[in-house]
Write a protein that binds this ligand. Structure first.
Ligand SMILES: Cc1cc2nc3c(=O)[nH]c(=O)nc-3n(C[C@H](O)[C@H](O)[C@H](O)COP(=O)(O)O)c2cc1C
Length: 383
């Protein structure tokens, strides 16, 4: 009896201890606004608030930071850049607040903001109490009970501008590593060539960011057609990373491809990620699929996608990211409101008919954040 009582008291205090720890865990880790371990980005802000911004912690001191190059990357993501993206006109000018002195990183947190300039919050009053099908309105309301509905609030892809700022700095740190992302499909129109046959210098020459100019102009016409019907269309972005040092990636849970997958799947509207031979590889036999070695450790083929055992092997890393047709249609749709009543709604405001052209710099940036983080972590892998 005594022992039982003692056991109860003990388990009760263990229970309290665990609850306390969980609470602490929740405070410290739950909110999910940070990415990376050693090269770490935390972002803040909503689409129609005063500003969005971030803090990059862990950028080593002494890195020469080319702010113009950061701004160029932001311009590639910016709304209003062409006729096939949202016509919201945002200058998206980055202002650095800390961590850079006389053009170089100081090793202290790099804080930055991007002011929101072109809000038309009135355009969003129709979603105050009504949920856009397949957007984040319902789930945010259920989770928090308070929702900044203007422009989608925190769920807006406006947040990804902050990722582009950090990714751009990560790319500057990884001077020799080349990140090439491009649009590989829009709807059913798919680039049929292997990336080795592509001229990456063509990517930025058309508004779709597809390196095959003929296909790009067909894609552009199709996106315009979809927009005219008040509809949206999905697509894929492929990314090829060249000159990746060997040894990046931390087995077992933080494998390089696992972190790349998380990075890509954290981008708004992403539905899928595959690297190397991906899903197609399942149709092959091992005898066809194995990458045989050359004597210098390179491989004759690269179906592994530059990663084996979660660690980079020095070959190109290549992967594809699938983006859905985004939710806001300029068409009537049936939905429900916050009282659970069936209502009809029609999207208003300025929206993207197809997000992949703007997603290209976002994919590159998230890839750069992952590689930069592992690059720094790998400095302690052996003596
Ligand atoms: C570059 C970019 C632009 C986007 N623009 C829009 C948009 O104009 N309208 C919209 O409904 N969704 C847009 N989205 C997608 C939404 O942010 C996203 O679908 C929403 O937050 C719900 O999240 P989920 O689709 O990942 O579940 C965009 C996404 C990206 C990457």
């Amino acid at each position: 009896m005594k022992a039982d009582c003692y056991h109860n008291i003990k388990s009760h205090s263990i229970f309290k201890y665990v609850l306390k720890k969980l609470h602490l865990f929740k405070i410290l880790l739950m909110p999910g606004n940070s990415f990376g371990k050693m090269f770490k980005l935390t972002t803040f802000g909503e689409s129609h608030g005063v500003a969005i911004g971030g803090v990059i912690d862990g950028c080593p001191a002494g890195l020469e930071i080319d702010i113009e190059s950061v701004q160029n990357d932001l311009n590639r993501r910016r709304p209003g850049q062409s006729a096939i993206v949202t016509q919201r006109k945002e200058p998206d000018t980055v202002e650095f607040l800390s961590g850079i002195f006389e053009g170089k990183s100081t090793g202290t947190p790099i804080g930055f903001t991007i002011r929101n300039a072109n809000q038309k919050s009135k355009d969003y009053s129709h979603i105050k109490d009504t949920y856009r099908p397949s957007h984040a309105d319902y789930t945010y309301d259920e989770k928090y009970g308070v929702r900044d509905y203007r422009g989608g609030g925190r769920s807006s892809a406006r947040e990804t501008a902050c990722r582009v700022v950090a990714g751009s700095i990560a790319k500057q740190m990884l001077k020799n590593v080349e990140f090439n992302a491009f649009v590989s499909s829009v709807g059913k129109m798919e680039l049929q060539k292997d990336y080795s046959e592509l001229d990456f210098s063509e990517i930025e020459k058309n508004p779709v960011r597809c390196p095959d100019p003929e296909l790009a102009s067909k894609m552009e016409a199709y996106i315009k057609e979809v927009r005219a019907e008040g509809d949206t269309i999905g697509g894929t972005v492929q990314c090829v990373i060249k000159n990746v040092p060997k040894g990046l990636g931390e087995p077992v849970f933080d494998k390089l491809h696992a972190e790349l997958g998380k990075a890509m799947l954290s981008i708004n509207a992403v539905k899928g990620f595959e690297y190397g031979s991906g899903f197609e590889g399942t149709k092959m036999r091992g005898s066809e699929h194995n990458d045989h070695f050359n004597t210098d450790g390179t491989t004759k083929t690269n179906l592994s996608g530059g990663i084996q055992g979660g660690i980079s092997n020095g070959m190109d890393i290549y992967f594809k990211v699938a983006f859905k047709p985004v939710a806001t249609l300029i068409q009537k749709q049936n939905t429900i409101n916050s009282k659970g009543e069936e209502v009809e709604m029609q999207g208003k405001g300025r929206h993207d008919p197809c997000v992949v052209p703007r997603a290209v710099p976002i994919v590159e940036s998230m890839a750069a954040l992952v590689i930069a983080d592992f690059f720094l972590q790998n400095k302690s892998s052996k003596i």
